[in-house]
Ligand binder design. Structure first.
Ligand code: BTN
Length: 239
């Protein structure tokens, strides 16, 4: 079967919305835009998406996984992005669930959304990959960095997008054939070292791996706690 293609557009509100319009499309399974006017981040945040600063890409899939294993999708998306960075000789670290960091600064963010239609479910993986420093620099509230700041490799957006979608497809195939354990193992290869101090709200502890469903394990003073959603921060030390 021939792979579907990426639809390139100049601008849109959000490529995640555009990707949903591809349900049933025989030709395209991903959308990439040069800019977004209402790029969305996780937790209701805005994703700064000026022209030519980044790659804004959303890939539509119809996972043959029970929706209860939907937690695999954000993790495999992060791994796909990390593998792409490896190809560019940029070694990144993943922060649960799917922040892609280069030396603590954000290189890419991922927003996964699901849509159910009848008995079918679709997953949209939206990836914002920072490439060039935007005119005027990164907004001061962001600790961001672009690929062009950390690699000597010439960066061709179309080539990067094709490779990224290739890694996404391969990751989903692996999740489908081998299950969640393969995905968590891949993620851990790019994750923080075990024992890294972390905080989520009032929960403070040390990174203790991922649970079988992909949730985050933190070892706190009162035992292991599982984090299923939200933002986690890496901190200097557990007091
Ligand atoms: C985050 O780290 O908060 C996630 C950011 C995700 C941004 C990407 S850019 C492509 C796609 N379209 C969107 O509106 N958001 C995602």
């Amino acid at each position: 079967m021939v792979d579907k293609m990426i639809k390139w557009i100049d601008s849109c509100q959000s490529t995640n919305d555009e990707a949903l319009t591809l349900i049933g499309d025989p030709t395209y399974d991903a959308v990439a835009s040069m800019s977004q006017t209402q790029g969305r981040g996780r937790m209701g945040r805005t994703w700064h998406s000026p022209e030519s600063a980044g790659l804004y890409l959303s890939w539509l899939s119809q996972p043959k996984l029970p929706q209860s294993l939907g937690g695999a999708v954000p993790l495999l998306a992060a791994v796909a992005t990390a593998k792409l960075c490896d190809e560019l000789n940029v070694r990144v670290m993943l922060k649960w669930p799917n922040d892609v960091l280069y030396q603590g600064q954000k290189l890419a963010g991922i927003l996964c959304e699901a849509r159910t239609i009848g008995t079918r479910w679709y997953a949209v993986v939206g990836i914002g990959l920072n490439i060039d420093v935007p005119t005027g620099g990164w907004p001061s509230e962001l600790s961001a960095i672009g690929l062009s700041e950390v690699t000597e490799t010439a960066l061709d957006r179309r080539e990067i997008a094709d490779k990224l979608v290739g890694y996404l497809r391969a990751g989903l195939e692996e999740a489908t054939s081998e299950g969640m354990a393969a995905i968590t193992k891949n993620w851990l290869a790019y994750g923080p070292p075990l024992g890294t101090p972390m905080k989520r709200g009032q929960q403070i502890g040390r990174f203790s791996g991922l649970a079988a469903d992909g949730s985050l394990r933190i070892e706190t003073a009162t035992g292991i706690e599982l984090i299923h959603a939200g933002d986690v921060h890496i901190i200097e030390e557990v007091d």
